[in-house]
Design a protein around this ligand. Structure first.
Ligand SMILES: Nc1ncnc2c1ncn2[C@@H]1O[C@H](COP(=O)(O)OP(=O)(O)O)[C@@H](O)[C@H]1O
Ligand SMILES: [Mg+2]
Length: 365
C-alpha cells in the first residue's frame, strides 16, 4: 500500500519536451487513470513512476520518500503492459514464479503465492501451459498474475486491454475493477479510451501534449469540464460546440445568442464575462431533442440506428462540422429532413476564447 506524489515532473527527449511539469497526489488505495490521446505522454509518465525512464527534472515520491534515484526493482512497483511481455518458453507457472525466484523466495512460498494469484484470476487450470497455448485474454491474466504475486505497493497498467476484442475488454475491465476492490492496492492505469477511464477510475487525470488538463472524479469531469479539451475528450459521442456571443451577463449566468442558436440563458459563474464577448457553447449529444419550433435549425445528414438509441448527424447551413444528437431508438427521422435541435440552457457549457470554462452552477450529482 502506498501513496504517490509528483512535483513538477518533466521529461525531455533531446530538445523535445514531452512531459511539461506534472503535479499530482495519489492517495493510498486510490485507482487513478491517466487518459489522453495517443502520444500525449501517458506511457512516459508511467515509466518514470516505475523507474524505467529517467526524470529530466522534478520529484516522484512514493510514501513520501523521493525515489528519483531508487532502482525500479526496489520501488515496490509492478507493471502490466499492453504487449503482456511474457517469456514464451516458460510455462504460466514459471512466468509467474520468475520474479519471486530472483527475489530469493523458497519453493514453498513461491508455490503458495502463485496458487493464490492463480485463484484470484481463475487461471489455476492453465499453469502448465506455455503463453503460445493461451488466448489473448488468458495471456493478459497471466501478466496481471505475475504482478500480483509480487504484492507490490503500487500496480501500474499501461493500456492492458488494448489487444483484446471488444467483449473481452468489457469483461476484463470488470475483473480489474474487482481486483482493485479485493486487493485495495494503489493502482495507476493508463488508457486512451475514455470509457475505460470513466468506468474504472476513482480519479481521472486528463493529459494533453504533456500537460495535465484536469484532475477529478469521472462524473465531475463529465458535468464540469474546465476547458474545451476535457469537454471534447470526456463523453461519447463527443460534445457539440457552437460559436455564440454573450448578449446579457448577470449574477445568475450568461445569456447567449448565435448564428441560428436560439437565445439561451446558461447558469454559470459569470465573473469576468462581458456583453458582446465571443464564446463557445457546448452541448452534449444526449442532451438534444428533435423539434420543429424554437430550436437550432439543421439538416439531418446521417442517421445511425443502434437499436436502443439513434445517433443523428446534422449540419447547420454550410457549416462543415457535423452536430450529433443521441435520441431514442425508435425516433422517426430520416436523412435529408429539415429539423430543429432543441436543448436547454441548463445542460449547456460555456467557454471563453482561451478555451476555459465558466464554472457551471447546479449540476446533478
Ligand atoms: N525514447 C524516446 N525517444 C524520443 N521520443 C520518445 C521516446 N519515448 C517516447 N517518445 C515520444 O514522447 C511522446 C509521448 O510518448 P508516449 O509516452 O509513449 O505517449 P502515449 O503513451 O500517451 O501514447 C511521443 O511523441 C513519443 O514519440
Ligand atoms: Mg502509451
Amino acid at each position: 500500500m502506498a501513496s504517490l506524489t509528483m512535483r513538477d515532473v518533466r521529461k525531455s527527449f533531446g530538445r523535445v519536451d514531452i512531459i511539461k511539469g506534472v503535479d499530482m497526489d495519489i492517495a493510498d488505495g486510490e485507482f487513478v487513470v491517466f487518459v489522453g490521446p495517443s502520444g500525449c505522454g501517458k506511457s512516459t509518465l508511467l515509466r518514470m513512476v516505475a523507474g524505467l525512464e529517467e526524470i529530466t527534472s522534478g520529484e516522484i515520491l512514493i510514501d513520501d520518500v523521493v525515489c528519483n534515484d531508487i532502482a525500479p526493482k526496489d520501488r515496490g512497483i509492478a507493471m502490466v503492459f499492453q504487449s503482456y511481455a511474457l517469456y514464451p518458453h516458460k510455462s504460466v507457472y514459471a512466468n509467474m514464479a520468475f520474479a519471486l525466484e530472483i527475489a530469493g523466495f523458497s519453493k514453498a512460498e513461491i508455490a503458495e503465492k502463485v496458487a493464490k494469484a492463480a485463484k484470484i484470476l481463475h487461471i489455476e487450470h492453465l499453469l502448465d501451459r506455455k503463453p503460445g497455448q493461451l488466448s489473448g485474454g488468458q495471456r493478459q491474466r497471466v501478466a496481471i498474475g505475475r504482478a500480483i504475486v509480487r504484492e507490490p505497493k503500487i500496480f501500474l497498467f499501461d493500456e492492458p486491454l488494448s489487444n483484446l476484442d471488444a467483449a473481452l475488454r468489457v469483461s476484463t475491465r470488470a475483473e480489474i475493477a474487482k481486483l482493485h476492490e479485493d486487493l485495495g492496492s494503489t493502482m495507476i492505469y493508463v488508457t486512451h479510451d475514455q470509457v475505460e477511464a470513466m468506468t474504472l477510475a476513482d480519479k481521472i487525470v486528463v493529459l494533453e501534449a504533456g500537460n495535465v488538463r484536469q484532475v477529478g472524479a469521472p462524473l465531475e469531469l463529465y458535468h464540469r469540464p474546465q476547458n474545451l479539451f476535457v469537454a471534447g475528450f470526456i463523453g461519447s459521442p463527443k460534445m457539440n460546440f457552437l460559436k455564440v456571443k454573450a448578449s446579457a451577463v448577470d449574477a445568475e449566468g450568461i445569456t447567449v445568442t448565435g448564428d441560428g442558436v436560439p437565445t439561451l440563458k446558461v447558469a454559470v459563474n459569470s465573473t469576468g464575462a462581458v456583453v458582446g464577448e465571443e464564446l463557445t457553447l457546448g452541448i452534449r449529444p444526449e442532451h438534444i431533442k428533435l423539434g420543429t419550433d424554437g430550436g437550432l435549425p439543421v439538416t439531418v445528414t446521417f442517421v445511425e440506428r443502434l437499436g436502443h438509441q439513434t445517433i443523428v448527424q446534422a449540419h447547420r447551413g454550410d457549416d462543415e462540422t457535423p452536430l450529433l444528437a443521441v435520441l431514442d431508438g425508435d425516433v422517426p427521422v430520416k436523412a435529408g429532413e429539415q429539423r430543429q435541435f432543441l436543448f436547454s440552457g441548463d445542460d449547456c457549457h460555456l467557454f471563453n476564447t482561451d478555451g476555459n470554462a465558466y464554472a457551471r452552477g447546479f449540476v446533478p450529482e
